[in-house]
Design a protein around this ligand. Sequence first.
Ligand code: DC
Length: 204
Amino acid sequence: MSERVFTVAIDGPAAAGKGTVSKAVAAHFGFAHLDTGLLYRAVGAKVLAGQEAEAAASALVPADLEASNLRSSAVAEAASKVAAIEAVRAALVAFQRSFAERPGGAVLDGRDIGTVICPDAAAKLFVTASAEVRARRRFEELRGKGSDETFAQVLADVEARDARDMARAHAPLRPADDAVLIDTSDMTIEQAVAAAIDAIGLRL
Ligand code: DC
């Protein structure tokens, strides 16, 4: 791959397989990858630790994305709340855009990459799956980590986060008009990754 800018925007709801697809796509094409959910999670974690949301977003440094607690349910919930605050989103735009424009290609996954952060991205995907399928996957993952949350709790969390992410006034979760839709409900990981690679390959 040359050193040209080539941005891939991958959006979709929680637990649709976006992260797995994004990592695989980045590895396949040799692009850098940014999980933008980590930015909101890092801000959420700081808010849980007592900081004010906008100040935490403005002061965020790359090392904050390495914090060990960012995958917890409590942090996910806090992330979804801070993500509804316009000033928090605004504070995170420049970092995401400069990542997107790095030479050699970049994959960014999130909720508003194709619609707001990188509306001119060369390739846009919207990776989704039914709420039940996403909750089932999250439930199995949590159980594997020893969590005793019930399926009903996990499904309720997924639905609450979807509702908040889609209903917010600023940069709500929705597919860009020119995004390729990949519904992974009945796909294996390999099939989802292959569909994504095909869609992106057509834009290269
Ligand atoms: O993808 P994730 O589950 O790590 O995201 C955590 C929260 O951050 C999610 O509820 C919505 C928010 N988010 C966002 O609003 N915009 C993004 N580009 C990425 C995540």
